[in-house]
Design a protein around this ligand. Structure first.
Ligand code: GLA
Length: 686
């Protein structure tokens, strides 16, 4: 897979790869069977138990941020920042170079790979010395093929000995070995050849197998590499990240010290996901004992990115010496509970909310495998606070968020305060829209709950709500309780009104539970949710291509105005074309998608043309969707199934009296591959 493809096609490519992989696995079954015999003949089976990668490798790789545009300056800067930012002290060690570092031709005299003189003028040995001088390690890349994936440099197939020796001579500590241009040679044979060549150099080099899970490396690579990719390439989108998590999670039994499942490198900080989604990405990778290879440019990292990557509580979970990968306890309605046993008997628990609305996700200490005790120590791995729980392990988890805990049956639980948690319930409001929308001047009801999970009672529990300055907050029911015993809650409701004229945007509402516990400082637990203030309802006839939506969910990066959806980044669409006919105005989405417009009962009808966008690639021939218009909770127009072969279909809907109009594009019953939808010439009459 070449990055040019991955950048534009992202998760779709991954999906296609997964499908191809499934086919390839069946087709390759015979090949693998042959290869296994060959492997046994070439090298007697023995675990790659050489003391390396006893915990999942941590470091950096440039591919997710620069693609082919790699040079020594980035490697030097990253090594410097590892040290100056504290990331090195937190465990990040390997600074890895991906594809495109070598010149197109080998040295004619020695047959060795040659670093590109323009981008690596000092050579790799010099760079390795620099990185080692910082107390760090250097990684490099090539492919088990004739060329690498970007096809700009030679691969190592048939050159394993000379390349392994070159890397060792340069002082390289880590090799990522890719799968492109492999001439159909069986994977086990290709990856074993490099393993043996590396071993013969005598230099310890961590060996990362990158064959995308196509030949089920988890079944054979324990003896071959220290880690193996289990999936196609990640892209910087929620859909891609969750897809890789779901593919990698069931492979838990195959991971352990010295042999790790690799669901690909981190995207944290690259801009295509929200901070909550990046925290989920980081939590899930740590729970899965995945390699933690930073994939963003640290020269531009925000404090929030550094805080996520530097979370030592979660790094300790990833790096736990037991080396167990988390298993899934439950995943009903996208409410995931994962458990990872840790050395010494503690258990890490992640409550991951894949769904689009906040939810309480709960389990218990005994359900995650801890012995029965009167209470347990529980540490919140994002808030970095320790408390005790009588056994409930729960949290109100925001949409796409993750709450992670470390729970312990050992030690003096009574030295910790009782765990109190707070949650905000926003009104269901607009059907199907995550979060709360509060039009200026209109009251909305907000309910908060505070719960004591401790064995010991808490006293004088009070809930408070903080809204942005100028907003009216009137109590509807009081949130006070003289005492809260184990698992008891207090609830309060407020009527919240943003003043007329409030500018559109997302603003925080914070609920705080205050409580007293004898022997402990007064405890406050807060939870914040963002509420959305919409732009004023439209007047006259509006082209939705020029009008901001109030809320958007989209299957591939953001939706776009007046272009097709394009790829994962904002503003990367193309002119809209449905079945050869171009349209200048409208919105471009990618299933599953929903655009919400606040119209405040002011509008009467919406008419537009819908269809699958022609896009830029012949592979679009899989795109199919339904296009629906909703007026509040009622579906007022439905296109039926439209495929890439259909012409644009006119739809007209009566939206009289609706507060919200929604455009919904479904995946049409199959996968969402190439489901780029156009809503052309949308006229809203108000
Ligand atoms: C493949 C790999 C990626 C990256 C690129 C480089 O797609 O899976 O991780 O190394 O090649 O071209």
């Amino acid at each position: 897979m070449i990055r040019a493809g991955a950048t534009t096609l992202g998760d779709i490519v991954n999906r296609a790869t997964a499908t191809l992989a499934a086919i390839a696995v069946t087709a390759a079954a015979t090949l693998i069977a042959t290869a296994v015999t060959q492997t046994v003949a070439v090298a007697p089976a023995h675990a790659l138990d050489d003391g390396q990668a006893r915990t999942p490798p941590m470091g950096f790789n440039n591919w997710n941020t620069t693609g082919c545009a790699i040079d020594e300056n980035l490697i030097i800067a990253t090594a410097d920042i590892f040290v100056s930012s504290g990331l090195a002290a937190a465990g990040y060690t390997y600074v890895n170079i991906d594809d495109c570092w070598a010149a197109p031709d080998r040295d004619p005299a020695t047959g060795r790979l040659v670093p590109r003189p323009d981008t690596f003028p000092h050579g790799i040995k010099w760079l390795a010395d620099y990185v080692h001088g910082k107390g760090l390690k250097l990684g490099i890349y090539t492919s088990a093929g004739t060329l690498t994936c970007a096809r700009t440099m030679p691969g190592s197939l048939g050159h394993e000995e000379v390349d392994a020796q070159t890397f060792a001579d340069w002082g390289v500590d880590y090799l990522k070995y890719d799968n492109c241009n492999n001439e159909g040679v069986p994977a086990i044979q290709r990856y074993t050849a490099m393993r043996d060549a590396l071993r013969r150099t005598g230099r310890p080099i961590v060996y990362s197998i990158c064959e995308w899970g196509q030949n089920k490396p988890w079944e054979w690579a324990t003896e071959v590499g220290h880690l193996w990719r289990t999936t196609g390439d990640i892209s910087d989108t929620w859909t891609s990240m969750v897809g890789l998590f779901k593919a990698n999670a069931p492979l838990a039994p195959h991971a352990g010290p010295g042999h790790w499942n690799d669901p690909d490198m981190l995207e944290v900080g690259n801009g295509g996901m929200t901070d909550a989604e990046y925290r989920s990405h980081f939590s899930l990778w740590a729970m899965m004992a995945a390699p933690l290879l930073i994939g963003s440019d640290l020269r531009r990292a925000t404090p929030r990115t550094l805080e996520i990557l530097g979370n030592r509580d979660l790094i300790a979970v990833d790096q736990d010496r037991l080396g167990a990968q988390a298993t899934v306890l439950s995943s009903v309605d996208g409410h995931w509970v994962l458990r990872k046993p840790l050395a010494g008997g503690d258990v890490a628990v992640a409550l991951f909310n894949e769904s689009d609305t906040a939810a309480t996700i709960a389990t218990t200490a005994t359900a995650v495998g801890l012995p029965r005790r009167p209470a347990y120590r529980i540490r919140d791995l994002w808030r970095h606070e320790t408390a005790h729980t009588a056994g409930t392990i729960a949290a109100k988890v925001p949409a796409h968020g993750t709450v992670a805990y470390r729970v312990s049956a050992n030690g003096a639980w009574w030295r910790q305060p009782a765990q109190t948690v707070a949650g905000i319930d926003v009104p269901s409001g607009v059907t199907g829209v995550p979060g709360m929308i509060t039009p200026p001047g209109e009251p909305s009801e907000v309910t908060a709950t505070g719960t004591n999970h401790g064995r010991l009672a808490v006293r004088d529990a009070r809930l408070r709500l903080n809204a942005p300055a100028g907003w009216a907050v009137e109590p509807v029911t009081a949130g006070r309780a003289r005492v809260l015993r184990t698992d008891q809650s207090v609830t309060a409701t407020w009527r919240v009104t943003p003043p007329a004229g409030t500018a559109p945007g997302e603003l925080p509402l914070t609920a705080t539970l205050h409580s007293e516990q004898p022997g402990f400082p007064r405890r406050t637990t807060s939870v914040t949710t963002d509420v959305r203030v919409p732009a004023a309802a439209p007047t006259g006839t509006v082209d939705l291509g020029d009008h901001p939506w109030t809320a958007m969910t989209n299957g591939y990066g953001p939706a776009e105005r007046n272009t097709s959806n394009g790829g994962p980044k904002p503003g990367d669409g193309l002119p809209m074309v449905i079945n050869g006919v171009p349209y200048a105005k409208g919105v471009g989405t990618h299933a599953p998608a929903q655009l919400v417009y606040f119209v405040g009962r002011r509008c009467t009808s919406l008419s537009l043309l819908v269809g699958i966008d022609d896009d830029r690639d012949d592979a679009r021939r899989t795109g199919s969707s339904t296009f629906e218009i909703w007026a509040d909770g009622v579906r007022v127009a439905d296109s039926g199934l439209r495929t890439w072969a259909d012409p644009a279909l006119p739809l007209t809907a009566d939206v009289t009296g609706a507060r919200y109009v929604r455009l919904v594009q479904t995946i049409g019953g199959d996968t969402n591959s190439y489901d780029r939808g156009d809503w052309a010439e949308p006229r809203l009459v108000c």
